[in-house]
Write a protein that binds this ligand. Structure first.
Ligand code: AMP
Length: 425
């Protein structure tokens, strides 16, 4: 038997109802905020990620699925979406007519991490990105939007963590202060941190090794080194969130795992999956568009971890609702079988969830099946009912029965089900 590759999984029909709810709620909300959907390829040139995410990061150093295609070009299964959205924004000169663009995208990402609960090698994200607005109001608006999405999905046990990572103006002094600190603590740090500290000292603050965490407790923070512009920007983000009633925690340890962020960084964290973990994360990346050969362009975005969000929701609320049929047509005999199939298809085309039988089973067996599927009504069509031009429509809940003519049952059925309000969304 051939099975999925380690770290890869199927999202089964029992789970997809919940996934669809999340997807619908998110896209509706994002569109209300002026976002448009964009669909992107899952494979890009490796260079795109190496240049944007940063060479000295976990993703680029260890986690990317990179391989040469048949012509020898190095290609990579995308580990995140922001780089691709930026590539597309530049490639299609989306800034030409109006630099302001609000885009969202939903799809799979690939990282070769150690698989565990809530961590997969193919996982899904919902991304939203805003180009062309440098105002801190937009930073607050994205966090507000995330907060609202989780509220609409019925999640409460979540906290927004925010930090500011500074900008090219204030970062050098911070880097120097951090480097001085790290040099003093060098013998207490893991080999990964000592290797990275010269090239990318910020990454050490992200290290999960407990000894490093302990050694870095007193490390200098970006917040202590912000320039005037970054400091004002961060203050406005905080006061705006307060005015809009969004709770948050200022988290000096939040540095995010990618290089391109500047100024505001944020994560939505939950304890519902055991240890503290992030269901969404994002931040400003004002230098990235230029870095990838586009114009100077402020930008900010976030990614929601779809898999984790679905897991948290399932834990809190149980699995999503499976859509039961509105109607199950029970054909009894050859003659009825074809009619049942044609009626059922017609009803499907008119938006009614109708099912029927194709195997010529008995009334008893089919009543049982309709019950098991949770059908709202059954329509009994045997030779007798056809001869008498009177099909029996039975409400599975109340057991009430009515008859509908067999020469034209469709409109009658739709009218009865609609009047009773039993055609469900
Ligand atoms: P990141 O791009 O690393 O900031 O990730 C954004 C969100 O994607 C995280 O907050 C997680 O919820 C989710 N995520 C990241 N990596 C994985 C993974 N390997 N498996 C499942 N979800 C992930």
């Amino acid at each position: 038997m051939i099975q999925t590759i380690r770290g890869f999984r199927d999202i089964l029909p029992g789970d997809t109802a919940l996934w669809q709810t999340i997807e619908k709620t998110a896209s509706q909300l994002f569109e209300d905020f002026g976002f448009q959907e964009i669909r992107l390829p899952v494979i890009e040139k490796t260079e795109l990620f190496a240049r944007s995410i940063g060479e000295v990061t976990d993703i680029v150093e260890k986690e990317m699925y990179t391989f040469p295609d048949r012509k020898g070009t190095n290609i990579t299964l995308r580990p995140e979406a922001t780089a691709s959205v930026v590539r597309s924004y530049i490639q299609h000169k989306m800034y030409a007519a109006d630099p302001i663009k609000k885009l969202y995208t939903i799809g799979p990402m690939f990282r070769r991490e150690r698989p565990q609960k809530g961590r997969y090698r193919q996982f899904y994200q919902i991304n939203a990105e805003v180009f062309g607005i440098s105002s801190p109001f937009i930073d607050a608006q994205l966090i507000l939007m995330l907060n609202e999405l989780f509220k609409r999905l019925g999640l409460t046990d979540l906290t927004a963590h925010i930090n500011s990572l500074g900008c090219p103006e204030c970062r050098p002094t911070f880097h120097q202060a951090l480097l001085d600190f790290l040099t003093k603590k060098k013998d207490r740090l893991c080999s990964n941190c000592t290797r990275r500290m010269d090239k990318n000292p910020l990454r050490t603050l992200d290290c999960k090794v407990p000894e490093c965490r302990e050694a870095l407790k007193e490390a200098p923070t970006t917040l202590d080194h912000l320039c005037g512009g970054c400091s004002d920007h961060f203050d406005t983000v905080k006061t705006t969130l307060e005015k809009q009633g969004v709770d948050f925690i200022v988290d000096k340890t939040l540095v995010r795992g990618l290089d391109y962020y500047s100024r505001t960084a944020f994560e939505i964290q939950t304890t519902a999956l055991g240890a503290q973990s992030a269901v969404a994360g994002g931040g400003r990346y004002d230098a990235l568009v230029k870095e990838l050969d586009g114009p100077e362009m402020p930008a900010i975005g976030f990614a929601i971890g779809f898999d984790r969000l679905a897991e948290v929701m399932e834990q809190l609320k149980g699995p999503g609702k499976v859509k039961a049929p509105d109607l199950f047509i029970i054909p009894l005999g050859e003659r009825a079988m074809e009619k049942a199939y044609l009626w059922s298809s017609k009803l499907n085309l008119k938006g009614v969830r109708s099912e029927t039988d194709y195997a010529g089973k008995s009334l008893k067996a089919l009543m049982k099946r309709a019950d098991k599927l949770g059908a709202g009504h059954v329509l009994i069509a045997g030779d007798k009912e056809l001869d008498e031009n009177a099909l029996v429509l039975r409400d599975m809940k109340t057991r009430d029965q009515t008859t509908v003519p067999s020469d034209d049952p469709i409109d009658n059925i739709i009218k009865i089900l609609t009047d009773k309000g039993t055609i469900r969304d």
